[in-house]
Design a protein around this ligand. Structure first.
Ligand SMILES: O=C[C@H](O)[C@H](O)COP(=O)(O)O
Ligand SMILES: C=C(OP(=O)(O)O)C(=O)O
Ligand SMILES: [Mn+2]
Length: 456
């Protein structure tokens, strides 16, 4: 049937227009001996997500855009193949679920849970190369492109890695689905994990809130709440749609609607470095039905934002477009108001989410890429302040985090110090909040959400 190929990549020629447009941050591998076969292999594999799930997510995000839900999106800056173990995946899912319970209580509304997981393998970089001790090699661009080891073999771009990224995403997603549907996500277990966090004397400031949640759970139990239903939860997969070879090969025509869906994940975002209006990324993502995010840095003008809306969400469909602002703590109070105001005046209904990580990266005195917990929280506070003052809705949180006890970001109530980096810094790209810092952030944001609830 013309234009319809449910078993392989969608055939619509418009899905290839991006190939004629300027494109940033791509690997140099089109002449590689294994390029064509790797793309063909991906094209023959089953979709990772079902288009119906993607539609459900769009509805959930529409509710968030209307101030009736809150998005929690978190995970590694860069997933790795070796890091896709049961322990690490379960720790990350567990931490996101723990954060979500705390946020649900504060917001008194549903929290949409989404991992930067099962596909977050491609990284845009500031520089094409990296030099160490006088040796210059291609920069690490995420394991879907090349290896982290600093050798010429490892840093060579290899398209076969796309198939490995697909396989790793598939097994990660399988485990996420098992955890979130098979009883692991039971509200009572999640709540009891949070009691472990409270046992740390550093966290006494959160005792009142934790106590309130505890009473709420016991109250629900006493009322005979259906805890069976609370044993399962929705959980969505997302990543930056940077590597268009991969995204295109996994784009399928949905047999129900005949529309193209990028089945590599439920939600895809365009990064700050690839959001050029006439560039390949904006064009390609404008043509798939998934909900789309765009990162907006401090230099974004209201005109840029309005033009992105016009291209990516011409029908002004709630849930279609999320703006993920990453201004930096120093800029947010100055830069965000004008943007939100002009977008709101235009009548567009986007979902506003804060990424308090990427505008707050610094280098520690001992040479590690890091972020201060206080700066991160300051940006989150600024985000809430701006939306409060404009009467708009701060609809979500996008964080680089892990469930493990790493030392990558500085500070927190049980503070991480730079001396710990040599032993406990594991990220292959940006620094992540560790398990405790992530939960602490959830308690702080929950408090902010609860205050809004009382005000409204
Ligand atoms: O995750 C985001 C980017 O890939 C990352 O911040 C770029 O880092 P770099 O400036 O070290 O290249
Ligand atoms: C690359 C990233 O962010 P940004 O595009 O905002 O720099 C990221 O989210 O890891
Ligand atoms: Mn990052």
């Amino acid at each position: 049937m013309p234009g319809r190929s449910p078993a392989g990549p969608a055939a619509d020629p418009d899905l290839d227009i991006w190939r004629t447009l300027p494109i940033a941050q791509q690997p140099t591998w089109s002449e590689h001996a294994h390029y064509a076969e790797s793309i063909a292999e991906l094209g023959s594999r089953p979709p990772l997500v079902f288009a119906g799930e993607v539609d459900v997510l769009r509805e959930r995000l529409a509710a968030a855009a209307q101030g009736k839900a809150f998005l929690l999106q978190g995970g590694d800056c860069a997933e790795t193949f070796a890091g896709a173990t049961a322990d690490k995946i379960s720790a990350r899912v567990k931490t996101i679920l723990q954060m979500a319970v705390v946020l649900t209580y504060g917001a008194s509304m549903p929290v949409i849970k989404m991992g930067r997981m099962a596909g977050q393998f491609a990284k845009p970089r500031s520089s094409n190369d990296e030099t160490r001790d006088g040796v210059t090699l291609p920069a690490f661009r995420g394991e879907i492109v090349n290896g982290f080891d600093f050798t010429p073999e490892s840093r060579a771009h290899d398209p076969r890695r796309m198939v490995e990224a697909y396989n790793t995403s598939s097994s990660t997603l399988n485990l996420i689905r098992a955890f979130t549907q098979g009883g692991f996500a039971d509200l009572r277990s999640v709540h009891s994990w949070n009691k472990g966090f409270m046992a740390n004397p550093a966290h006494t400031a959160y005792e009142q809130l934790a106590g309130e949640i505890d009473r709420a759970v016991r109250f629900m139990d006493a009322c005979g709440a259906d805890f069976e239903a609370l044993k399962r939860t929705e959980f969505f997969a997302s990543h930056e749609a940077l590597l268009l070879d991969y995204e295109r090969a996994l784009t399928r025509t949905d047999s129900r609607t005949s529309q193209p869906y990028d089945t590599s994940g439920h939600f895809l975002w365009i990064g700050e470095r690839t959001r050029q209006l006439d560039g390949a990324h904006v064009d390609f993502l404008s043509r798939v039905r998934n909900p789309i995010g765009v990162k907006l840095g401090p230099n974004t003008t209201p005109e840029d934002a309005l033009a992105l809306i016009e291209k990516l969400d011409p029908n002004r469909e709630p849930g279609r477009l999320t703006f993920i602002t990453r201004m930096g703590a120093k800029n947010i109070r100055e830069k965000l108001p004008n943007l939100v105001q002009k977008v709101t005046e235009s009548g567009a209904q986007v979902l506003w989410v804060t990424d308090p990580m990427h505008g707050n990266t610094v280098t520690s005195e001992n040479g590690y890429k890091t972020r201060k917990f206080d700066d991160v929280m300051d940006e989150v506070r600024g985000f809430f302040e701006v939306h409060d003052s404009l009467g708009t809705y701060p609809g979500g949180l996008h964080v680089e985090m892990t469930g493990d006890d790493v030392a990558e970001c500085l500070g927190g109530a049980d503070p991480i110090r730079q001396e710990q980096f040599d032993d406990l810094y594991e990220s292959v790209c940006d620094p992540r909040l560790n398990h405790k810092q992530s939960l602490e952030m959830a308690f702080l944001v929950s408090g902010a959400l609860a205050k809004r609830g009382i005000q409204s």
